[in-house]
Design a protein around this ligand. Sequence first.
Ligand SMILES: Nc1nc2c(ncn2[C@@H]2O[C@H](COP(=O)(O)OP(=O)(O)OP(=O)(O)O)[C@@H](O)[C@H]2O)c(=O)[nH]1
Length: 375
Amino acid sequence: MTNADLPHTPECFSLWREVQDTRTRTRLGGFYYLLAWLLCWLFSAAPMAHLTLGLAGGALFTLLLAARLLHRPPEPDSEAELQRWLDRHWGIILLSSFCWGMTHAWVLLADGFEPARLIATLATVGFGTAMAFNFAMRRRRAVLAILLLYVPGLAALALSEGGSRAELVTLVFYLSYLLLALNRSHREYANMIALELQLLEQRQRMDTLSRTDGLTLLGNRYQFNNLFPAMCASAQRHGSELSLLLMDIDFFKRINDEHGHSTGDACLRAFGERMREFFRRDSDALLRLGGEEFGVLMPDTGMEQARQLAEQFREDLANRGFLLGDQHLPITASLGLGCFAEGDQGSAETFFKRVDDALYRAKAKGRDRLELAQG
Ligand SMILES: Nc1nc2c(ncn2[C@@H]2O[C@H](COP(=O)(O)OP(=O)(O)OP(=O)(O)O)[C@@H](O)[C@H]2O)c(=O)[nH]1
């Protein structure tokens, strides 16, 4: 899974991570329950005398194993689906724990299973330990699972006449240790997820920053270089329209020279703001391509619609200029506009060159004008 495929909200990311961890860690557990039962049965006094029971137990734990393996995680971007998957999967885990806990108790009490008692007890200790260290993502559920594993066996030891008190006390001691260890594992897991989240957020912030022009907060050249070929390819594939508008502020050097560099910066910021007022569709990409050159990529926008927008923008700029503090700054821009066409033969470069030529003509013909790309 690439960085781009990761869930984008922190909630989805945490749940998705928990789903991944739960799934990887439960797979093995299913096999061990089955194995533990088979060992108890095969090492009982007379396995063949309990053939039906042995096979029934085997079928039960095979079913639980299959349920774990076949329960596939959902898409990573639906919080509700992820939560539902976790709830169902924990249902399987708790049911397995309950089944094993009862099996342990039964092995401790049943005639003919005396040789398998140690195996069953060791398996319970093992499953409880695995639960405390590997399933600490959900503390309460893990506590419940450990209790389901342990309590039936403890009850059997306490209630049976021949039950070993020493074994009972040792198991209770170990149970208390497991509950403490579970608490610590839970904190460590929560810290690890928090750290991963921080890392993910930082990566996303860096990614956004690398695509954003720091002065105007429009997309930057890097963003344009990524978007433009992709949008051209998409327009060609779907037979949709794509317009590109290039704009260059006229005599910007004079603004810097006459009013200072910081006024020049404020002017560039105001230009970005004015662009946002006019090109408002969510799908429009507003960009600062460098210096005092700007661009707008307008998907699903034909030449006439884009021309009207560009002309309105140019006129408004020429009429209103910018008000920076109490200073009015008259300003104009030259514009080149084109629509991705068959003549471009699918080449983003050819398309860009046509529009750039149009911008160059607008400058050459005296500025403060819109020129349409030819061809
Ligand atoms: N304040 C400021 N000025 C910048 C920035 N980037 C580029 N410039 C200035 O923009 C000016 C661009 O000048 P020219 O390329 O000669 O263009 P122009 O003066 O707008 O003239 P025409 O485009 O021919 O109308 C230069 O003086 C650059 O220093 C910036 O981020 N901030």
